[in-house]
Each structure stands twice: as C-alpha cells, then as structure tokens.
Write a protein that binds this ligand. Sequence first.
Ligand SMILES: [Mg+2]
Length: 170
Amino acid sequence: MNKCVFLDRDGVLNVERGDYTFLPEHFHIIDGVPEALLALKNAGFMLVVVTNQAGISKGVYTRAQMHACHAILMEKTAHLIDKIYYSSYHPVFSESLGRKPGTLMIEKAIARFHIDPAASWLVGDRCRDIECGQKMHLTSILIGEMESEKCVPDYMAKSLLEATRRVILK
Ligand SMILES: [Mg+2]
C-alpha cells in the first residue's frame, strides 16, 4: 500500500487571500512549498490535493478558471502532485459528501491509489480540513494559528515546509 500526504490548497500551497482565488495573477505559491513537496516525494509519499471550490456552484468563477490555477500549481511545483480532487458544491445549493469536512475526496483517493491511512497525513489550515482527516484516521497538521482554538490537530506548524520536517522525522 501507498502512503500519502493529503494537502489542502489555499493557505497551504498558495497564499490565502481571504477571498476566492481563481485568477492566475492572484495564485501565488507560498515560499518553500516546491522544496517541501520534493522532500515528501523523496520520502516516498504520494501527494494528493483536496480542495473545496464552492465558488463554482456559487457562480463566482468557472471550472476553467480553477483548472488554469491548477495548471500553474502543477507547473510551479515540478508536477510532483499526483492528483487534485476538488468539491465544487456548497450546502446552500446541494449537499455533498465531498466538501470538507466531508470525506469523499479522501475516500476516493484511498480506494484509487491503495493508500494506507495509518501511514498517511493531512495538512490543512482550517479545522474543516483537520476534522476531515481525523474522520479518515490520518495524522493531521494544522498550518498557522487562524483556527488553532477550534480543533485538536495532532501537530501544528507555521508552514508546509515546517510540517514536512515533522512528517519525515516521525
Ligand atoms: Mg485552506
């Protein structure tokens, strides 16, 4: 079986703007992310992004705009990411088991790529990320301090690079 690091997108890989990020000119990779992803890959982890993209169902932006941002993400991180799952749903419009803290995106990845949850991690910057990972028995790391009082991750880190050191040392 494979081991994997599941990654939230905004606030973990690219800069969180406090609003939907869908324009390429607003999509900025956080310093240290390419190095972190390379280190995780070299340590034998698959890299799977799981991202809520409710702005699509809200009509704020299109799938094509999101895919354009993901093309930048892949290019600027040397195509190390194995798969990007996104949930375009929002509870106002339709229920979804995929939207975090729902687990369907991670369940799909586990089934498709034969991932062992016990050997795998989730890195996110919101408690809905952490709760999603905990439901799937992944070891969790919360980036930043934005919601540090609202959930109990296994670890905290200032950045993906710092989180990566934790993952590799464990
Ligand atoms: Mg985020």
